[in-house]
Design a protein around this ligand. Sequence first.
Ligand code: SF4
Length: 170
Amino acid sequence: MDFDSLKVQGTKVNYYYICKRKLWLFSKQITMEHTYDRVLQGKVLHDESYQYKRKEFKLDDLIQLDLIDSQYVGEVKSSRKMNRADRMQLLYYLFYLKERGIIRKGKLHYVKERRVEEVELTPEIEKEVILCLEDIQRILSNPSPPKLEKYPYCTKCAYYHFCFVGELDE
Ligand code: SF4
């Protein structure tokens, strides 16, 4: 596996598990998130939370870790609604660090629920991360976005109007 040719921003791994179309749109810099209140709210919450112990750490201009100490990498999220995507994003960070010779466990800090969840890399999860990274490359090499699918959370997505403008006009 040539990790350097597969590595991507953590947000892309997160979006891969939320919606592959969202991943594609975001990757093509079709960004609407800066004007979207829910995203803005999330960012403010994210920025104001855990400030007292935040030690941001950047790797390769791709990976931005919210918290890191000698044992754990921490990722701060507003709520558990996208738990699977959050877990895989953090596991990707752990995999990324391991590729650099840094071994850590992970902690997800959920601000609204005031809950902390631990995650740990296993050989099976490493395989899943690699498959995910390969599939991200495949998706992003396509000239057009993946087919539209309706998810329960589409109405809260920054791309909602982009995806459903035809339906809104009907
Ligand atoms: S609105 Fe729905 S289909 Fe469109 S990008 Fe967002 S989650 Fe995906």
